[in-house]
Write a protein that binds this ligand. Sequence first.
Ligand code: FAD
Ligand code: FES
Length: 264
Amino acid sequence: MGSIQLINLATVEQNTQICADHHLIILKDNGVTSAATRPGQFVNLVIPQRPDLFLRRPFSVAKTDPEKNLLYIVYRIVGEGTQAMSELKTGTKVDLMGPLGVGWHLPESPGNSLLIGGGCGVAPLWGLAEYIADKGGRVFTVLGFQSEDKVFGEDVFKAVEADITVTTDDGSYGEAGFVCDHLEASLNQSIDRAYVCGPMPMVKTVIPKLLEKDIEGEVSLEEIMGCGFGVCLSCVTEIEQDGRIEKQRICTEGPVFSIKEVKW
Ligand SMILES: Cc1cc2nc3c(=O)[nH]c(=O)nc-3n(C[C@H](O)[C@H](O)[C@H](O)COP(=O)(O)OP(=O)(O)OC[C@H]3O[C@@H](n4cnc5c(N)ncnc54)[C@H](O)[C@@H]3O)c2cc1C
Ligand code: FES
């Protein structure tokens, strides 16, 4: 499904820290973007009060609540834009463009779905988990964090009765180690489709295990973006389709790609 490009205004409903590393901002719009956004798509935000930050900043929509016109975004402070974002007060107007990109493939009958996320990459799986549960599918999830104080989002998966494995690198919460060390039990559950989102080192260890088992899957990629809607070509990656290597834009042909197509 291609993206619909809209510019819309939204109001900050809530902006709070949810763990040592991440904040959750909930935006309320006029019902247009929140209704149109599918799991895995992203929006491009202008950071209010910082007109000097020339480029919009891209953020995955973690989930939406179309009945209340809400969009949920989980973010990590890495620079000036996200620092300014963390200071936005309830009631502030935010200019957003979106939904952008192609989100997760959403089967009508999802079956057993394995959602694998690391750090910030856990959030773009929220709306997907809700969709799968809503369609009668079963959600298995393996979520990786550095340590207990950085764990977030488990409640969303509990609410859909997911089978949840949490790992922490230092063993302070859940299973000790990395996500790829604890995939085996989930991979033995006759998984119909896997969905992966997280830092590249995690992605690169997880994908070969899925390919080995011949599991169909998708991965959400991130790249530093200029425009976010296909014009500047700053986000191009190599994709293999029908035996040919093609250059594709993560912002428009992605950010979600088949794990069999990405050239690692
Ligand atoms: C499709 C997509 C979805 C994203 N979803 C989320 C999300 O849900 N939550 C979240 O916290 N972040 C997400 N990001 C990353 C987010 O866009 C950047 O962290 C943000 O733009 C940084 O802005 P800044 O002004 O704070 O930092 P800057 O001052 O612009 O940069 C600070 C540091 O972050 C690095 N950086 C900037 N942009 C990116 C990027 N796109 N990918 C990797 N490193 C980057 C820079 O190289 C620099 O080292 C997403 C990016 C993309 C492309
Ligand atoms: S960010 Fe400009 S083409 Fe993708």
